[in-house]
Design a protein around this ligand. Structure first.
Ligand SMILES: [Zn+2]
Length: 506
């Protein structure tokens, strides 16, 4: 079984999870579940980024020790991820001993390669980015990403990483492998950045206590980005763990588009310096925006994640986010109210009406006209459309265009509803009673059940609980099958199971 190692950005422990965190994890979970359905041995990692100045400050503000603070935050993230049905295989926290061990080895190997040098640093530090900013990166003396925070003039003696030495190697990798950084807009951005040249970056901080000691210089802690990025290897047992041998290089790092520089420049350079192969690909997804602004800790309170999950259930939220927000771009709503209105609209039209009604209609007709027995599989117009949509779905999903994959699944739903209206099974049943053969209605019902089963398999990565209900109602046992088993499993569907309403009206 081929391995597929998938990671997301680890979340910064300075506040509770919000919608902006959720969309990335849901998208990654969709990919993890899809790869499993394709037969891959998936290892799906998420986690928490728990060190650094901002965490230390936030803990102090709340009268807490940093460790107690990050313990509480990790709990609140885990609770939400559980409610959203994430299927992650591991959850790494950078305050864990396994992380500290791996990070220390990584730093020692980079040091052994003579890629650290001591130097005095003077510059503006944005604690929002946990990064130094050059004069020309500031707008009116402030970080454009964090206009609400002051940048701090900082002078320290730091360890520097010789990033500039790796510019050519990273650029070559980017040019040789068009799929390395995706989507293309992100790749172009990184190419321009590298072409403009790189400066060495700070690898340690001397005034931050809440972090991992810099090897060989205990007065310093490892700079939080070095600390955070290395979670992708420490979680699987770098340097000598079995998981590291099996799963590294990672197949896919999923990150927000605002941190591509760290993942597509710093991280591969760090790994090259330590003699480790970089990840196979990085995907920088876009954001939900409200009135043009990215969701943040403060905007997140207006669209509370728990309230959104409770509004129509976790699968409905997963569906809505994956349908609305293109996985390769942004989606902007004029206001929080407009977001909620659109959520309600999609719930009613797509889920309750189109999908829920389809299931209900088909299962009722098989019960009424065939006593619940499903006629053997047939080809035909609808079966043909479902198979075209399935191959569109597969190619979109293979390219991580999740919104297109989901739209292809709903093409089948729409086609099936249209097929019911056109083929008029009730008229065929009347004709049977008047003496016509069973063939026509058998063909219609079997194609409808086949399309429902196909939809269940296509939707399983997106709405796992609801897809399992569809599969079960259509006569399937267990969860919807993977793609290699789909056709034989459809052939085994024998009796429908009328059940509860899939998406109750609010
Ligand atoms: Zn900033």
């Amino acid at each position: 079984m081929p391995g597929f190692y998938l990671t997301t950005a680890i979340d910064y422990s300075n506040g509770d999870p919000h919608l902006g965190h959720a969309i990335e994890k849901i998208g990654a979970d969709v990919i993890a579940r899809y790869r499993r359905a394709c037969g891959d041995d998936v290892h799906f990692l998420i986690g928490m980024d728990e060190h650094g100045q901002k965490v230390q400050q936030e803990a102090e503000k709340h009268g807490s020790s940093p460790q107690a603070w990050v313990d509480r935050i990790a709990e609140s993230f885990l609770e939400v991820w559980d409610r959203l049905g994430l299927s992650n295989d591991d959850f790494i926290r950078t305050s864990e001993p396994r992380h500290r061990r791996g990070l220390t080895t990584l730093m020692e190997r980079i040091a052994a390669n003579e890629d650290f040098r001591r130097s005095k640093y003077e510059g503006h530090y944005c604690s929002g980015c946990e990064a130094f900013k050059k004069e020309d990166e500031l707008a009116d003396g402030r970080c454009p990403l964090h206009p609400g925070r002051d940048v701090e003039w900082t002078e320290e003696e730091n360890w520097f990483f010789r990033l500039s030495d790796y510019r050519d190697a990273v650029l070559a990798r980017l040019r040789d492998d068009p799929g390395w950084v995706r989507p293309r807009t992100r790749r172009n951005e990184i190419t321009r950045l590298l072409e403009a040249g790189l400066e060495d970056i700070s690898a340690s901080r001397s005034r931050i206590r809440w972090g991992v000691p810099f090897p060989g210089d205990e007065g310093h802690t490892v700079y939080v980005w070095f600390d955070a990025l290395s979670n992708y290897i420490t979680a699987i047992g770098y340097p000598d763990g079995e998981g590291f041998d099996k799963f590294w290089p990672a197949d896919l790092h999923i990150i927000g588009k605002d941190i591509t520089r760290f993942h597509c420049v710093y991280w591969p350079a760090m790994l090259m310096a330590a003699g480790v192969e970089p990840a196979r690909s990085v995907w920088g997804h876009g954001f939900i925006k409200i009135g043009g602004a990215k969701l943040s800790k403060s905007a997140g309170t207006e669209l509370g994640l728990i309230e959104l999950i409770e509004r129509h259930g976790p699968d409905a939220l997963r569906y809505f986010l994956m349908r609305e927000v293109p996985w390769d771009g942004d989606r902007d709503y004029p206001s929080s109210e407009a977001f909620i209105e659109q959520f309600d609209r999609r719930y009613t039209t797509d889920l309750a009406n189109d999908l829920g009604n389809l299931l209900n209609r088909v299962v009722s007709m098989v019960s009424k006209y065939r006593g619940g027995d499903i006629p053997p599989p047939r080809g035909g117009e609808l079966a043909g459309k479902a198979s075209v949509a399935l191959s569109e779905y597969r190619s979109s999903m293979d390219d991580y265009l999740l919104h297109r994959g989901l739209a292809a699944a709903f093409d089948v739903v729409r086609a099936a509803n249209g097929f019911v209206d056109e083929s008029k099974p009730w008229a065929l049943a009347r004709a049977e009673r008047a003496g016509a053969g069973l063939d026509d209605l058998d063909s219609v019902l079997s194609q409808l059940i086949g399309s429902l089963g196909t939809v269940a398999a296509m939707l399983a990565p997106f709405v796992p609980a609801k897809a399992a209900e569809i599969w079960r109602a259509s006569g399937g046992d267990g969860p919807p099958p993977g793609f290699a088993d789909l056709e034989p499993a459809l052939g085994r569907l024998a009796r429908v199971r009328p059940g509860a309403v899939l998406f109750p009206r609010p």
